[in-house]
Design a protein around this ligand. Structure first.
Ligand code: FUB
Length: 365
Protein backbone atom coordinates (compact mmCIF):
# COMPACT_ATOMS: atom_id res chain seq x y z
CA UNK A 1 0.00 0.00 0.00
CA UNK A 2 1.53 3.33 -0.95
CA UNK A 3 1.74 6.19 1.54
CA UNK A 4 -1.16 8.20 0.09
CA UNK A 5 -3.50 5.20 0.19
CA UNK A 6 -2.51 4.49 3.81
CA UNK A 7 -3.22 8.10 4.68
CA UNK A 8 -6.64 7.99 3.03
CA UNK A 9 -7.55 4.71 4.73
CA UNK A 10 -6.52 6.16 8.10
CA UNK A 11 -8.59 9.29 7.48
CA UNK A 12 -11.60 7.20 6.40
CA UNK A 13 -11.40 5.10 9.58
CA UNK A 14 -11.05 8.10 11.88
CA UNK A 15 -13.80 9.75 9.85
CA UNK A 16 -16.11 6.78 10.57
CA UNK A 17 -15.55 7.21 14.31
CA UNK A 18 -16.30 10.90 13.95
CA UNK A 19 -19.34 10.11 11.83
CA UNK A 20 -20.85 8.13 14.68
CA UNK A 21 -21.24 11.40 16.51
CA UNK A 22 -22.68 13.12 13.45
CA UNK A 23 -26.33 14.02 13.96
CA UNK A 24 -29.18 14.12 11.46
CA UNK A 25 -29.96 17.62 12.72
CA UNK A 26 -33.16 19.32 11.64
CA UNK A 27 -32.45 22.61 13.29
CA UNK A 28 -30.51 25.48 11.75
CA UNK A 29 -26.83 24.95 12.50
CA UNK A 30 -23.60 26.54 11.43
CA UNK A 31 -20.07 25.33 10.83
CA UNK A 32 -16.87 26.70 9.39
CA UNK A 33 -15.36 25.61 6.09
CA UNK A 34 -11.64 24.98 5.91
CA UNK A 35 -9.06 25.33 3.20
CA UNK A 36 -7.19 22.49 1.53
CA UNK A 37 -5.37 20.64 4.26
CA UNK A 38 -2.34 18.78 3.06
CA UNK A 39 -2.27 16.67 6.22
CA UNK A 40 -5.44 14.78 5.30
CA UNK A 41 -4.53 13.83 1.74
CA UNK A 42 -7.67 15.49 0.36
CA UNK A 43 -7.69 18.55 -1.87
CA UNK A 44 -10.50 20.15 0.15
CA UNK A 45 -12.46 19.56 3.30
CA UNK A 46 -16.18 18.84 3.90
CA UNK A 47 -18.03 22.16 4.14
CA UNK A 48 -20.25 20.88 6.96
CA UNK A 49 -20.20 17.86 9.23
CA UNK A 50 -23.44 18.10 11.27
CA UNK A 51 -25.26 16.10 8.58
CA UNK A 52 -24.20 14.06 5.53
CA UNK A 53 -24.73 15.88 2.24
CA UNK A 54 -24.15 14.96 -1.42
CA UNK A 55 -24.96 15.93 -5.03
CA UNK A 56 -24.49 19.67 -4.44
CA UNK A 57 -26.22 22.03 -6.87
CA UNK A 58 -24.85 25.50 -6.17
CA UNK A 59 -26.42 28.84 -7.12
CA UNK A 60 -25.84 32.49 -6.38
CA UNK A 61 -29.07 34.11 -5.18
CA UNK A 62 -29.08 37.71 -3.83
CA UNK A 63 -25.27 37.69 -3.66
CA UNK A 64 -25.23 34.61 -1.39
CA UNK A 65 -24.15 31.06 -2.26
CA UNK A 66 -26.95 28.52 -1.83
CA UNK A 67 -26.26 24.80 -2.08
CA UNK A 68 -29.07 22.35 -2.80
CA UNK A 69 -27.71 18.91 -1.83
CA UNK A 70 -29.11 15.46 -1.18
CA UNK A 71 -29.32 14.68 2.55
CA UNK A 72 -27.70 11.27 3.04
CA UNK A 73 -28.88 9.15 5.98
CA UNK A 74 -28.17 5.80 7.58
CA UNK A 75 -30.43 3.01 6.33
CA UNK A 76 -31.17 -0.64 6.90
CA UNK A 77 -31.46 -1.12 3.13
CA UNK A 78 -28.60 -3.23 1.78
CA UNK A 79 -26.18 -1.72 -0.72
CA UNK A 80 -26.78 -2.82 -4.34
CA UNK A 81 -26.12 -1.67 -7.92
CA UNK A 82 -29.58 -0.16 -8.03
CA UNK A 83 -28.63 2.40 -5.38
CA UNK A 84 -31.38 1.27 -2.98
CA UNK A 85 -29.11 2.24 -0.08
CA UNK A 86 -29.45 5.90 -1.09
CA UNK A 87 -32.65 6.13 0.92
CA UNK A 88 -32.93 9.85 1.54
CA UNK A 89 -36.09 11.37 3.06
CA UNK A 90 -35.67 15.15 3.07
CA UNK A 91 -33.63 18.10 1.85
CA UNK A 92 -31.62 20.64 3.83
CA UNK A 93 -30.40 23.75 2.05
CA UNK A 94 -27.01 25.22 2.89
CA UNK A 95 -25.83 28.78 2.37
CA UNK A 96 -22.65 30.79 2.78
CA UNK A 97 -21.63 34.37 2.05
CA UNK A 98 -18.37 33.36 0.39
CA UNK A 99 -16.28 30.32 -0.49
CA UNK A 100 -14.57 29.16 2.72
CA UNK A 101 -17.06 31.25 4.70
CA UNK A 102 -19.33 30.12 7.51
CA UNK A 103 -21.92 27.57 6.30
CA UNK A 104 -25.54 27.73 7.48
CA UNK A 105 -27.71 24.61 7.42
CA UNK A 106 -31.26 25.96 7.10
CA UNK A 107 -32.91 22.76 8.37
CA UNK A 108 -35.57 20.72 6.59
CA UNK A 109 -36.73 22.47 3.41
CA UNK A 110 -38.89 19.65 2.03
CA UNK A 111 -39.78 16.21 3.41
CA UNK A 112 -40.83 13.14 1.48
CA UNK A 113 -44.04 13.00 3.53
CA UNK A 114 -45.07 16.37 2.11
CA UNK A 115 -44.86 15.18 -1.51
CA UNK A 116 -48.26 13.60 -2.21
CA UNK A 117 -47.08 11.25 -4.98
CA UNK A 118 -43.70 10.24 -3.54
CA UNK A 119 -42.74 6.68 -2.64
CA UNK A 120 -39.08 6.61 -1.62
CA UNK A 121 -35.56 7.91 -2.33
CA UNK A 122 -35.24 11.69 -2.63
CA UNK A 123 -32.20 11.95 -4.87
CA UNK A 124 -30.10 14.81 -6.28
CA UNK A 125 -32.06 18.09 -6.50
CA UNK A 126 -31.50 21.44 -8.18
CA UNK A 127 -33.03 24.90 -7.87
CA UNK A 128 -33.85 27.94 -9.98
CA UNK A 129 -35.25 31.45 -9.50
CA UNK A 130 -37.71 33.28 -11.74
CA UNK A 131 -40.23 36.11 -11.25
CA UNK A 132 -39.88 36.28 -7.47
CA UNK A 133 -40.22 32.52 -6.87
CA UNK A 134 -37.62 29.86 -6.06
CA UNK A 135 -38.13 26.42 -7.58
CA UNK A 136 -36.74 23.20 -6.12
CA UNK A 137 -36.57 20.33 -8.61
CA UNK A 138 -36.23 16.83 -7.20
CA UNK A 139 -36.25 13.20 -8.36
CA UNK A 140 -38.07 10.67 -6.24
CA UNK A 141 -39.59 7.26 -6.91
CA UNK A 142 -43.37 7.35 -7.13
CA UNK A 143 -45.48 4.86 -5.21
CA UNK A 144 -44.93 2.25 -7.93
CA UNK A 145 -41.14 2.57 -7.77
CA UNK A 146 -40.63 4.67 -10.91
CA UNK A 147 -38.39 7.75 -10.70
CA UNK A 148 -40.12 11.01 -11.71
CA UNK A 149 -39.10 14.62 -11.29
CA UNK A 150 -41.14 16.94 -9.12
CA UNK A 151 -41.05 20.66 -8.41
CA UNK A 152 -41.72 22.63 -5.24
CA UNK A 153 -41.88 26.41 -4.76
CA UNK A 154 -40.98 28.97 -2.13
CA UNK A 155 -40.53 32.72 -1.76
CA UNK A 156 -37.29 32.01 0.14
CA UNK A 157 -34.19 30.38 -1.45
CA UNK A 158 -33.73 28.30 1.71
CA UNK A 159 -37.36 27.16 1.80
CA UNK A 160 -39.52 25.70 3.18
CA UNK A 161 -40.77 24.53 -0.23
CA UNK A 162 -44.27 23.38 -1.12
CA UNK A 163 -44.45 20.51 -3.59
CA UNK A 164 -46.81 20.55 -6.57
CA UNK A 165 -49.40 17.76 -6.31
CA UNK A 166 -48.07 15.75 -9.27
CA UNK A 167 -44.68 15.14 -10.93
CA UNK A 168 -43.71 17.25 -13.94
CA UNK A 169 -45.66 15.80 -16.88
CA UNK A 170 -43.32 13.91 -19.21
CA UNK A 171 -40.50 13.73 -16.64
CA UNK A 172 -38.69 10.53 -15.71
CA UNK A 173 -35.37 9.27 -14.35
CA UNK A 174 -33.15 11.37 -12.03
CA UNK A 175 -30.71 14.24 -11.49
CA UNK A 176 -32.47 17.39 -12.75
CA UNK A 177 -30.13 20.32 -13.43
CA UNK A 178 -31.75 23.59 -14.47
CA UNK A 179 -29.77 26.06 -16.56
CA UNK A 180 -31.04 29.56 -17.35
CA UNK A 181 -29.46 31.00 -20.47
CA UNK A 182 -28.48 34.64 -20.95
CA UNK A 183 -31.71 35.19 -22.93
CA UNK A 184 -33.76 34.10 -19.87
CA UNK A 185 -34.87 30.71 -21.26
CA UNK A 186 -34.52 27.83 -18.79
CA UNK A 187 -33.72 24.22 -19.64
CA UNK A 188 -33.76 21.09 -17.52
CA UNK A 189 -31.05 18.48 -18.15
CA UNK A 190 -31.79 15.15 -16.50
CA UNK A 191 -31.30 11.40 -16.51
CA UNK A 192 -29.15 8.63 -15.17
CA UNK A 193 -28.65 4.98 -16.12
CA UNK A 194 -28.57 1.90 -13.82
CA UNK A 195 -30.50 2.83 -10.62
CA UNK A 196 -31.57 6.06 -12.36
CA UNK A 197 -33.75 3.94 -14.72
CA UNK A 198 -33.03 5.88 -17.94
CA UNK A 199 -32.51 2.56 -19.80
CA UNK A 200 -36.05 1.49 -18.94
CA UNK A 201 -37.68 4.29 -20.96
CA UNK A 202 -38.28 3.54 -24.61
CA UNK A 203 -40.89 5.34 -26.69
CA UNK A 204 -42.22 7.26 -23.70
CA UNK A 205 -43.16 4.20 -21.61
CA UNK A 206 -41.52 2.60 -18.57
CA UNK A 207 -40.56 -1.05 -18.83
CA UNK A 208 -40.51 -2.47 -15.31
CA UNK A 209 -38.73 -5.60 -16.55
CA UNK A 210 -36.13 -3.60 -18.46
CA UNK A 211 -32.35 -3.73 -18.07
CA UNK A 212 -30.80 -2.98 -14.68
CA UNK A 213 -27.82 -1.21 -16.19
CA UNK A 214 -27.80 0.28 -19.70
CA UNK A 215 -29.18 -0.54 -23.14
CA UNK A 216 -26.86 -3.59 -23.28
CA UNK A 217 -26.22 -2.78 -26.94
CA UNK A 218 -22.48 -2.38 -26.64
CA UNK A 219 -21.73 -1.17 -30.17
CA UNK A 220 -24.66 1.22 -30.45
CA UNK A 221 -24.79 4.87 -29.36
CA UNK A 222 -24.93 5.11 -25.57
CA UNK A 223 -28.11 6.26 -23.88
CA UNK A 224 -28.29 10.05 -23.76
CA UNK A 225 -29.04 12.45 -20.96
CA UNK A 226 -32.24 14.39 -21.69
CA UNK A 227 -33.01 18.09 -22.04
CA UNK A 228 -36.34 19.90 -22.01
CA UNK A 229 -37.11 23.60 -22.15
CA UNK A 230 -39.10 24.77 -19.13
CA UNK A 231 -42.34 26.70 -19.55
CA UNK A 232 -42.40 30.34 -18.42
CA UNK A 233 -44.02 29.33 -15.08
CA UNK A 234 -41.12 26.86 -14.53
CA UNK A 235 -43.59 24.13 -13.55
CA UNK A 236 -43.77 22.10 -16.75
CA UNK A 237 -41.88 21.19 -19.92
CA UNK A 238 -42.43 23.46 -22.88
CA UNK A 239 -42.23 21.06 -25.82
CA UNK A 240 -40.64 17.70 -26.25
CA UNK A 241 -37.87 16.02 -24.27
CA UNK A 242 -34.75 15.77 -26.45
CA UNK A 243 -31.55 13.71 -26.32
CA UNK A 244 -28.34 15.41 -25.17
CA UNK A 245 -26.17 14.09 -27.99
CA UNK A 246 -22.54 13.41 -27.07
CA UNK A 247 -20.25 12.95 -30.07
CA UNK A 248 -16.53 12.54 -30.57
CA UNK A 249 -14.39 14.98 -32.59
CA UNK A 250 -15.37 13.14 -35.80
CA UNK A 251 -19.05 13.69 -34.98
CA UNK A 252 -19.65 10.02 -34.14
CA UNK A 253 -21.83 9.24 -31.10
CA UNK A 254 -20.14 7.81 -28.00
CA UNK A 255 -20.98 4.12 -27.70
CA UNK A 256 -22.52 2.08 -24.87
CA UNK A 257 -19.27 0.13 -24.40
CA UNK A 258 -17.24 3.33 -23.92
CA UNK A 259 -17.58 3.46 -20.13
CA UNK A 260 -14.72 5.97 -19.78
CA UNK A 261 -16.55 8.61 -21.82
CA UNK A 262 -20.27 7.90 -22.08
CA UNK A 263 -22.93 9.66 -19.96
CA UNK A 264 -23.97 7.90 -16.76
CA UNK A 265 -25.67 10.49 -14.47
CA UNK A 266 -25.25 13.86 -12.75
CA UNK A 267 -25.42 16.23 -15.74
CA UNK A 268 -24.77 19.97 -15.33
CA UNK A 269 -24.66 22.90 -17.75
CA UNK A 270 -22.56 26.05 -17.59
CA UNK A 271 -21.81 28.68 -20.19
CA UNK A 272 -18.28 29.96 -20.63
CA UNK A 273 -17.16 32.40 -23.33
CA UNK A 274 -20.38 31.82 -25.27
CA UNK A 275 -19.96 28.01 -25.35
CA UNK A 276 -22.21 25.50 -23.61
CA UNK A 277 -20.38 23.02 -21.38
CA UNK A 278 -22.29 19.82 -20.58
CA UNK A 279 -20.49 18.16 -17.66
CA UNK A 280 -21.43 14.75 -16.23
CA UNK A 281 -20.39 11.66 -14.33
CA UNK A 282 -19.18 8.53 -16.13
CA UNK A 283 -20.55 6.52 -13.18
CA UNK A 284 -18.87 3.12 -13.00
CA UNK A 285 -15.56 4.61 -14.21
CA UNK A 286 -15.94 7.47 -11.71
CA UNK A 287 -14.76 10.42 -13.82
CA UNK A 288 -16.27 13.84 -14.32
CA UNK A 289 -16.24 14.48 -18.06
CA UNK A 290 -17.23 17.36 -20.32
CA UNK A 291 -18.43 18.06 -23.82
CA UNK A 292 -18.82 21.45 -25.50
CA UNK A 293 -21.58 22.74 -27.77
CA UNK A 294 -22.84 25.90 -29.45
CA UNK A 295 -26.45 25.64 -28.31
CA UNK A 296 -28.23 24.52 -25.11
CA UNK A 297 -29.58 21.52 -27.04
CA UNK A 298 -26.17 20.51 -28.37
CA UNK A 299 -24.82 18.40 -29.98
CA UNK A 300 -21.87 18.42 -27.57
CA UNK A 301 -18.40 17.37 -28.63
CA UNK A 302 -16.62 15.24 -26.03
CA UNK A 303 -13.52 17.08 -24.82
CA UNK A 304 -12.18 15.00 -21.91
CA UNK A 305 -12.33 14.42 -18.20
CA UNK A 306 -11.72 17.21 -15.71
CA UNK A 307 -11.87 15.48 -12.33
CA UNK A 308 -10.25 12.24 -11.25
CA UNK A 309 -12.24 9.75 -9.12
CA UNK A 310 -13.08 10.85 -5.59
CA UNK A 311 -13.26 8.56 -2.58
CA UNK A 312 -16.61 6.71 -2.80
CA UNK A 313 -18.52 5.21 -5.72
CA UNK A 314 -20.60 8.17 -6.84
CA UNK A 315 -19.34 11.39 -8.29
CA UNK A 316 -21.70 14.33 -8.72
CA UNK A 317 -21.01 18.02 -9.10
CA UNK A 318 -22.12 21.51 -10.03
CA UNK A 319 -20.15 24.44 -11.41
CA UNK A 320 -20.71 28.08 -10.45
CA UNK A 321 -19.07 31.41 -11.25
CA UNK A 322 -18.57 33.71 -8.27
CA UNK A 323 -16.93 37.12 -8.72
CA UNK A 324 -15.14 36.08 -11.92
CA UNK A 325 -13.78 32.80 -10.50
CA UNK A 326 -15.26 29.37 -11.18
CA UNK A 327 -15.86 26.72 -8.54
CA UNK A 328 -16.83 23.07 -8.58
CA UNK A 329 -19.02 21.73 -5.79
CA UNK A 330 -18.69 17.96 -5.40
CA UNK A 331 -18.80 15.23 -2.79
CA UNK A 332 -16.79 12.33 -1.44
CA UNK A 333 -17.01 10.00 1.56
CA UNK A 334 -14.22 11.45 3.69
CA UNK A 335 -16.29 11.70 6.90
CA UNK A 336 -17.89 8.25 6.88
CA UNK A 337 -15.92 5.97 4.58
CA UNK A 338 -19.35 4.70 3.43
CA UNK A 339 -20.52 5.18 -0.12
CA UNK A 340 -24.04 6.32 0.81
CA UNK A 341 -22.95 8.79 3.53
CA UNK A 342 -21.25 11.58 1.64
CA UNK A 343 -20.03 15.11 2.35
CA UNK A 344 -20.06 18.16 0.11
CA UNK A 345 -16.83 19.96 -0.81
CA UNK A 346 -15.83 22.85 -3.04
CA UNK A 347 -12.69 23.78 -4.92
CA UNK A 348 -11.71 26.14 -7.72
CA UNK A 349 -12.20 25.12 -11.36
CA UNK A 350 -10.06 26.73 -14.06
CA UNK A 351 -10.79 27.14 -17.76
CA UNK A 352 -7.63 27.38 -19.81
CA UNK A 353 -7.20 30.00 -22.55
CA UNK A 354 -8.18 27.41 -25.20
CA UNK A 355 -11.48 26.70 -23.42
CA UNK A 356 -10.49 23.33 -21.98
CA UNK A 357 -10.79 22.68 -18.24
CA UNK A 358 -7.77 22.05 -16.02
CA UNK A 359 -7.74 18.55 -14.50
CA UNK A 360 -8.67 18.44 -10.81
CA UNK A 361 -7.20 15.75 -8.58
CA UNK A 362 -9.33 15.40 -5.41
CA UNK A 363 -6.27 14.14 -3.53
CA UNK A 364 -3.25 16.29 -2.80
CA UNK A 365 0.10 14.92 -3.89
O1 FUB B 1 -27.59 10.64 -4.45
C1 FUB B 1 -28.20 9.60 -5.18
C2 FUB B 1 -27.60 9.47 -6.52
O2 FUB B 1 -26.21 9.19 -6.41
C3 FUB B 1 -27.63 10.70 -7.38
O3 FUB B 1 -28.89 10.97 -7.92
C4 FUB B 1 -26.57 10.37 -8.35
O4 FUB B 1 -26.16 11.42 -9.15
C5 FUB B 1 -25.49 9.84 -7.44
O5 FUB B 1 -24.73 10.86 -6.88
Amino acid sequence: MNELRKLILFTAVTGMAFAGACQQANQKTESKTTNADKKTGYLSQPIISNIYTADPSAHLFNGKIYIYPSHDIETETKENDNGDHFDMRDYHILSMDSINGKVTDHGVALSIGDIPWAGRQLWAPDAAFKNGTYYLYFPVKDKSGVFRIGVATSKNPAGPFKAEPTPIKGSFSIDPAVFTDTDGASYMYFGGIWGGQLQRWNNGAYDKNGSKTDSQKENEPALSAKVAKLSSDMLSFDGEVKDVQLVDKQGKPLLTKDHDRRFFEGGWMHKFNGKYYFTYSTGDTHYLAYAIGDKPYGPFVYEGTFMKPVQGWTTHHSILEINGKWYIFYHDTQLSGKTHLRNVKVTELKHKADGTIEMIDPFVK
